[in-house]
Design a protein around this ligand. Structure first.
Ligand code: PBG
Ligand code: ZN
Length: 329
């Protein structure tokens, strides 16, 4: 048969495939999320996230340093406080669980990038991401008063030594307020990575077990975005960039690759994707059942993030991926 084009020619050997490959995942794309809890000694497994633990401060340091030794350059910290209240006081306490962990971590390993999730839900008795008033089972989350607490939280993280603060609350105007607050406190160089396009998603279920942050009543649909909306995601991202975000994030990852692609194409900023807890749990469960090859599936998914435009990938698999990339089985 005469064919003028035979695309298979370029796939005929591993060497050729390597030669023409368009995208690759590297270890320096990876960010490892970690949970530090005031309530545990040692490590407590998260049932819905096999391989993920709530860590004591000591274990957190050990885990972060081990990851850094394997080539992971950044960790994303979440804190679980002993005490929760209606004003999320422990979110911005000088000696809060996150602030202490950041201080110890930066002292132990100054060149490990420490990113802190900035939100109030883990610190609120009701689990919402802002100051909330309940009317029956209806939750009304106040915007502007919540932003004030979020700014205090971000500044307290910067004071502790965080390199990057990552607000995940989805209140309006938080990035601008945070930039102003950080600058006023002398933290012009603290980077803001905004959860810019964050959707209200069923895929956060396992995380809320890990972070003990499920809302007691109501849901997050009045602040996180509607899964049906792509143009709105671009408007949200544009706002965060105008307000001073240095890095933007799309979350969740796999079900929202279209959003990731559009955000990267439209704005061209360094763009992060969050491969969230539910995405992790799905593959873990299938792998444990023997239905999927975990390594092959995860590496393919990481590549999908890169192909869709991700510069940074936040994933609970960061350490395993680093190992696989280094040739471990
Ligand atoms: C806190 C926060 C959440 C996640 C990151 N930061 C949960 C939520 O918004 O309910 C989800 C991460 C994951 O599912 O892995 N606002
Ligand atoms: Zn939150």
């Amino acid at each position: 048969m005469h064919l003028s084009k035979r695309p298979r020619r370029l796939r005929s050997s591993p060497t050729l495939r390597d030669l023409v490959r368009e995208n690759a995942v590297t270890v320096d794309d990876l960010i490892l999320p970690l949970f530090v809890s005031e309530k545990v000694t040692g490590r407590v497994p998260v049932a819905s996230m096999p391989g993920v633990f709530q860590l004591s401060e000591k274990e957190l340091i050990a885990e972060a340093l081990a990851a850094h030794d394997e080539g992971i350059s950044a960790v994303l910290l979440f804190g679980i406080p002993e005490v929760k209240d209606e004003r999320a006081s422990q979110a911005y306490a000088k000696d809060g669980v996150v602030q202490r962990a950041v201080r110890v971590l930066k002292a132990a390993r100054p060149d490990l990038l420490v990113i802190t999730d900035v939100c109030l839900c883990e610190f609120m008795s009701h689990g919402h991401c802002g100051i909330t008033h309940f009317h029956g089972d209806q939750a009304h989350v106040e915007n502007d008063a919540s932003v004030e607490l979020l700014v205090k939280t971000a500044v307290s993280h910067a004071e502790a030594g965080a390199d990057i603060v990552a607000p995940s609350d989805m209140m309006d105007g938080r990035i601008g307020a945070m930039r102003t607050g950080l600058d006023a406190a002398g933290f012009q160089d603290t980077i803001i990575m905004s959860y810019a396009a964050k959707f209200a998603s069923a895929h956060y279920g396992p995380f809320r077990d890990a972070a003990e942050s499920a809302p007691a009543a109501g849901d997050r649909r009045t602040y996180q975005m509607d899964a049906a909306n792509a143009r709105e995601a671009l408007r949200e991202t544009a706002l965060d960039i105008e307000e001073g975000a240095d890095l933007v994030m799309v979350k969740p990852g796999l079900p929202y690759l279209d959003i990731l692609w559009r955000v990267k194409e439209r704005f061209g900023l360094p763009t992060a994707v969050y491969n969230v807890s539910g995405e992790y749990a799905m593959v873990k469960a299938a792998a444990q059942a023997g239905w999927l090859d975990e390594r092959a599936t995860v590496l393919e998914q990481m590549l999908a993030f890169k192909r869709a435009g991700a510069d940074l990938i936040i994933t609970y698999w960061a350490r395993q991926v680093a190992g696989w990339l280094a040739g471990k089985k």
